[in-house]
Design a protein around this ligand. Structure first.
Ligand SMILES: C[S@@+](CC[C@H](N)C(=O)[O-])C[C@H]1O[C@@H](n2cnc3c(N)ncnc32)[C@H](O)[C@@H]1O
Length: 267
């Protein structure tokens, strides 16, 4: 099994030598603006905070607390370090986690576009996909993180290959989800500084494009803005460059909440 990519510089939950960070107790958030001062809720770690691109466990906790019950089947087709598996177990749900490059035991190898699950199996699906090529997840040729959302496809459509792969992922999520049940997709738009003469766009509205694809399969329930605890946001040099060069650091992720509603009961 190939070693997962890690980011050793990412800070852990400690705030000083031997001193634990004081996390507030987790509870269900009432509004569409979500923030929490740590990657993980509670005393234990969920997933691996050193896995680059790991989902904050409290985001998954919020979704599962609202949209699932004990024993429900939770599927994550792009499970990475297994955060969804750990939070599901913590809440006594029944998880299945898949990834094109499994990084730990319990994560099953599968392509998110072709899951080894029957139709209408899951009570909830959570997806935190690659947002274009901003993280090098693995050398797997079918990794969607190798598809650049700013590159034209063969027909010249910007991001055509990335969005086509993500459509396949979203369509598969729809297939495995029970009717009248929910899914969450956690994603950020993307910004890349370009040379002035570049013909590639700097801003990629990845979130809006994926939301639009999801509307072909699901009914929108709500859109959450999740405040990012990104290191770049606090570093002086990044903040200075963002103002001097007139671009924005990415301050939030979307969490899109969707419902499968195919109009028939009991499917
Ligand atoms: C943002 S990470 C997910 C992080 C995860 N939720 C966690 O907390 O660790 C995106 C994941 O998508 C996986 N991935 C990329 N292409 C895939 C594909 N075609 N099928 C399944 N997984 C894929 C990558 O290997 C990576 O682990």
């Amino acid at each position: 099994m190939p070693a997962p990519r890690k980011n050793p510089s990412r800070p852990g939950p400690r705030k000083g030598r031997g001193q634990q960070f004081d996390k507030p107790p987790i509870s269900v958030f009432p509004s569409t603006l979500w923030t929490y001062p740590s990657q993980h809720y509670g005393a234990t770690e969920h997933g691996d905070k050193n896995y680059v691109g790991a989902t904050p466990s409290w985001v998954i906790w919020q979704l599962l607390s609202r949209y699932t019950r004990e024993g429900d089947r939770v599927v994550d087709p792009m499970c990475g370090s297994g955060t969804t598996i750990d939070v599901s177990n913590d809440l006594s749900r029944t998880p299945r986690g898949f990834d094109i490059n499994p990084s730990r035991e319990g994560v099953e190898r599968a392509d998110a576009r072709e899951l080894p699950l029957p139709n209408a199996w899951a009570d909830f699906v959570f997806i935190d996909p690659p947002y274009s090529t901003h993280i090098d997840y693995s050398d797997e040729p079918d990794c969607i993180g190798k598809l650049d959302a700013s590159e034209p496809d063969r027909e010249g459509v910007i991001g055509g290959d990335y969005y086509c792969a993500m459509r396949g992922t979203i369509k598969e999520a729809h297939r495995v989800l029970k009717n009248r049940r929910y899914m969450g997709l956690y994603v950020s738009d993307s910004f890349k500084k370009r040379k002035p003469n570049s013909d590639r766009p700097s801003f990629l509205p990845v979130g809006f494009e994926l939301f639009s694809i999801m509307r072909d399969y699901f009914k929108p329930v709500d859109i959450i803005a999740v405040v990012r605890g990104n290191e770049k946001l606090t570093r002086g040099n990044w903040r200075k460059t963002a103002i001097e060069d007139n671009f924005f650091l990415r301050g939030f992720n979307y969490c899109f909440i969707m419902k499968k509603d195919d109009g028939k009961r009991g499917r």
